[in-house]
Design a binder for this molecule. Structure first.
Ligand code: C2E
Ligand code: CA
Ligand code: CA
Length: 294
């Protein structure tokens, strides 16, 4: 067990065995067994977190975030089970389910003003290694009659850095379909400027770690300002993630950020609740709704 932990942390290192390691392995084993049945049992559920236009508070769309409604443990967060699903080769069927469910919901959405909001779906690196990702997306759009322009796929910088030729081909096919692409957690990976030019990306999502102390931390201010200036000159849309307070909003306004997402506007909420939010003329960011703080 100690060897596994050492390998997890990269080679050329060592770990002493500790009792917690047994606990971690047991938990993981439990998740593995349950996860294989979760889909069939309808235990997975998508919540939707509004993405809001900063300037006027218009609700533009939502990010679909998966939760696992576990019979004994309640709502299990994705950070706990997505990596397990990736490890045991279950992310392809899970990812396909999430994509289909997100498209099914988004096909029903319309604002009071008749606008059609978009849905953003997270993709795992592993899903890119499957040959069929593009046809999975095409089938989901066709099945629910969702316009390609209403779908945004969120990918991480690490996806762009690995097997770049194949990835480029897949992303070009998405672009040809009219599906938008966003880079998730921007700034936490390689942040190579070269790939921003090379890949058909339309949106950068600035990771929330840079926003957290943006009203106090000079370095974070500089990073966020630089990312926004760069995005503007490359004609990319910027979404700030993890917006929790009005100081952050003030800073983002000064730097011309386009879109915001965070607890200040709304937590991720179940589909029915998101449909109610669509009927509001604006999300002002003054009332917090949805999932209770953990
Ligand atoms: P992410 O894509 O960066 O998703 C944003 C996470 O930030 C979500 O956590 C969301 O609840 C949280 N968040 C939103 N606003 C705020 C805020 O103002 N403050 C703070 N502190 N947090 C905020 P969640 O739902 O637990 O998701 C965690 C990660 O799990 C996601 O990070 C994403 O990488 C992964 N994930 C979620 N759903 C899916 C999915 O359907 N497919 C794949 N492949 N990954 C998913
Ligand atoms: Ca995301
Ligand atoms: Ca993110």
């Amino acid at each position: 067990m100690a060897i596994y932990h050492a390998k997890d942390d990269g080679r050329g290192t060592f770990r002493f065995f500790r009792e917690q390691m047994t606990e971690r392995v047991k938990r993981r084993l439990g998740l593995q067994i349950g996860l294989r049945e979760a889909l069939a049992r309808n235990e997975l559920v998508l919540h939707f977190q509004p993405i809001v236009e900063l300037e006027r508070g218009k609700l533009l769309g939502a990010e679909a975030l998966v939760r696992w409604n576990h019979r004994e443990r309640g709502l299990v967060p994705p950070a706990e089970f997505i990596p397990v699903a990736e490890d045991i080769g279950l992310i392809a069927p899970l990812g396909e389910w999430m994509l289909n469910e997100a498209c099914a919901q988004a096909a029903k959405w319309a604002t009071a003003g008749g606008r059609k909001p978009f849905v953003a779906v997270n993709l795992s690196a592993r899903q890119f290694q499957e040959g069929s990702l593009v046809s999975v997306v095409q089938r989901a759009l066709a099945r629910f009659g969702l316009a390609a322009s209403q779908l945004e796929l969120e990918i991480t910088e690490s996806i762009l850095m690995q097997q770049t030729e194949r990835t480029l081909q897949v992303l070009n096919e998405f672009e040809a379909l009219g599906v938008k692409l966003a880079i998730d957690d921007f700034g936490t990976g390689y942040s190579s400027l070269g790939y921003l030019k090379r890949f058909p990306v339309s949106t950068l999502k600035i990771d929330r770690s840079f926003l957290r102390d943006v009203s106090r931390d000079e370095d974070d201010r500089a990073i966020v300002a630089a990312v926004m200036a760069m995005a503007r000159s490359l004609a990319l849309t910027v979404t700030a993630e993890g917006v929790e307070n009005t100081e952050q909003v003030a800073f983002l306004r000064v730097h011309g950020c386009d879109q915001v997402q965070g607890y200040l506007y709304s937590r991720p909420v179940p589909a029915a609740e998101f449909e109610r939010l669509l009927q509001k003329p604006v999300l002002s960011g003054l009332s917090v709704v949805g999932e209770q703080a953990a």
